[in-house]
Design a protein around this ligand. Structure first.
Ligand code: HEC
Length: 297
């Protein structure tokens, strides 16, 4: 009987005891040994790893998993991370904020570009690519000098000359030939929205490392960004609606903090409207990736 009690107590200790840990030191270790690369700084999961914060598996299971993991995760042995180190990491994970509840994926509203081959002069006065409360967007070629008719202030993103952008005011048209022959025209409507307050715990989408700010005025900020293969962007929060004009052929995999992911293909000239209030990281999954991104204020 006494033996059984001791056994029961030992089992209880084994399964339920979570040793005290130092969350600050855990944070340092989490970065130093590279956990963050797959699990994201907050442990919310990312391009490669599962979500492990703020509710990691029970401590014993956590330790044995880290010592002999499954899948793509490398093992961490006693000499790299002691039992106490793991307790510190565990304390850090438990101290993390909960990720934002429901995070929409990158493009709930994919608007496919019209087939570029079909964008002949006969077709250009047809339908806009996008028409919503904030913008009307057209795919315009120099072969069609008359259409479309923009009404408000507008942004003209060259497709033929990546990185060139022109802004026009009140219904004026840009010279498409001077932009290389093909451009995406973004006609801005008068529905301005102040940026959302960022309570996500992640940085804003822009600026981000490697981005070029093309221009900014009171209505828009325009960014030129290229994705590098195998280099996920930091997990980030979009506080503004954006119009994205892709200038390369490829696919981006987008992953939310809770590990949901989706892959979106694009080609030169593909244009999408993405709503604000979303958190995700992106990584180039195929081809090459460059886009001119217009944030709407
Ligand atoms: C190279 C990427 C990578 C690194 C680095 C990495 N992990 Fe993982 N980890 C993963 C992946 C992928 C999974 C999910 C494995 C599966 O089930 O296929 C995972 C799963 C886990 C799990 C199990 C989650 C569960 O609910 O079962 C824990 C715990 C964990 N990792 C902790 C850590 C810790 C702590 C570190 C650093 C000491 C670390 N990982 C470093 C990729 C990584």
């Amino acid at each position: 009987m006494r033996y059984l009690l001791i056994l029961a107590a030992a089992v209880l200790l084994q399964t339920s005891a979570t040793p005290a840990g130092d969350a600050d030191n855990g944070k340092t270790l989490f970065v130093k040994v590279g956990c963050y690369q797959c699990h994201n700084y907050e442990g919310h999961g990312g391009a490669a790893g599962a979500r492990i914060a703020p509710n990691p598996p029970p401590f014993r299971g956590f330790v044995s998993y880290v010592r002999s993991p499954k899948g793509d995760m490398p093992p961490y042995r006693e000499k790299t991370l002691s039992e106490q180190d793991l307790a510190d990491i565990y304390a850090y994970l438990r101290s993390r904020p909960r990720p934002p509840a429901a995070v929409p994926l990158l493009t709930s509203d994919p608007v496919p570009v019209r087939n570029p081959a079909a964008a002949s002069s006969a077709d250009v006065s047809g339908k806009p690519l996008i028409d919503n409360e904030r913008v009307t967007v057209w795919d315009v070629t120099a072969a069609d000098p008359n259409g479309p008719r923009v009404e408000g202030d507008s942004v003209w993103v060259s497709v033929s000359r990546p990185g060139e952008v022109v802004v026009k005011s009140k219904g004026a048209r840009a010279d498409i030939a001077a932009l290389g022959g093909r451009a995406i025209a973004i006609d801005l409507k008068n529905a301005s929205k102040p940026p959302l307050e960022n309570k996500s715990g992640y940085p804003n989408a822009f600026p981000r490392p490697g981005v070029r700010k093309v221009l900014e005025n009171e209505r828009i900020i325009v960014w030129d960004y290229s994705w590098t293969p195998n280099q996920p962007t930091p997990m980030h929060f979009h506080d503004k609606d954006v119009v994205v004009v892709y200038l390369a052929d490829g696919a981006l995999k987008s992953t939310t903090p809770d590990g949901q992911s989706t892959t979106n293909e694009f080609s030169v000239g593909t244009t999408r409207f993405n709503l604000r209030d979303r958190v995700h990281t992106e990584v180039l999954a195929k081809g090459s990736g460059r886009a001119v991104i217009t944030e709407l204020k």
